[in-house]
Design a binder for this molecule. Structure first.
Ligand SMILES: [Zn+2]
Ligand SMILES: [Zn+2]
Length: 162
C-alpha cells in the first residue's frame, strides 16, 4: 500500500503528508493575519515561515512541556528562527551536563557549515564508552590517555566538573 502511494504521489507518503500539513497551516496563518514574523515583524511566505518556540525548549528544565505548549509557539522566518536559536546557544555558559564552556573545555565544531560548540569533557566520556575496538593493550592505552585528558580538564574546571 505504501509502495503504491509512493508511486502515485512520486514521493514518500510521509513527505507528502508533511507538505500538506504545512500548506494547510500556512493557509490558516494567512487567514488569521498571523503571517508577520514574530522576530522581525516582516511578512513571511509559505517558503520562509517556520514554527518557533518563544522560550527555547532544548536543554530546558521542561523540554516536553515547552515543546507542546501552544502559548509558547509563534511563527517566524526560518532565518530569524535560526539566528535566534544560535544566539541562545552562544549565550550559554555551560553544557547540558553542567561543564563550563571555557577556552580549555570548548571545541568548535563545523557540521556542513553549521558552526557550533562541543563540550570536551562530555565528548571524552562518550568516546570512552564507545571504545571496544582494537587489542586489549590498545584499548588500555587509549583509556589511559583519555583518563589523563579528563583529569587535566577537571583540574582546569575546578568544582564545576563534579
Ligand atoms: Zn523575520
Ligand atoms: Zn559537558
Amino acid at each position: 500500500m505504501s509502495k503504491k502511494k509512493s508511486e502515485q504521489l512520486g514521493m514518500n507518503p510521509s513527505t507528502a503528508s508533511g507538505r500538506l500539513v504545512k500548506d494547510v497551516l500556512w493557509k490558516l496563518i494567512v487567514e488569521a493575519g498571523q503571517n508577520m514574523c514574530y522576530a522581525c515583524s516582516e511578512e513571511m511566505t509559505r517558503e520562509t515561515f517556520s514554527v518557533e518556540h518563544k522560550v527555547p525548549w532544548l536543554d530546558s528544565e521542561n523540554p516536553v512541556g515547552l515543546y507542546f505548549d501552544l502559548e509558547n509557539v509563534a511563527f517566524s522566518h526560518k532565518m530569524c528562527n535560526y539566528s535566534r536559536a544560535r544566539k541562545v546557544q552562544r549565550d550559554k555558559t555551560h553544557c547540558p551536563a553542567g561543564h563550563v564552556y571555557d577556552e580549555i573545555n570548548t571545541r568548535m565544531t563545523n557540521t556542513k557549515g553549521y558552526k557550533g560548540r562541543e563540550c570536551i569533557a562530555c565528548r571524552n566520556s562518550r568516546n570512552k564508552e564507545r571504545c571496544t575496538a582494537g587489542t586489549k593493550e590498545e584499548r588500555q592505552r587509549i583509556r589511559r590517555a583519555s583518563y589523563k585528558r579528563e583529569k587535566e580538564i577537571k583540574r582546569n574546571l575546578g568544582p564545576l566538573a563534579q
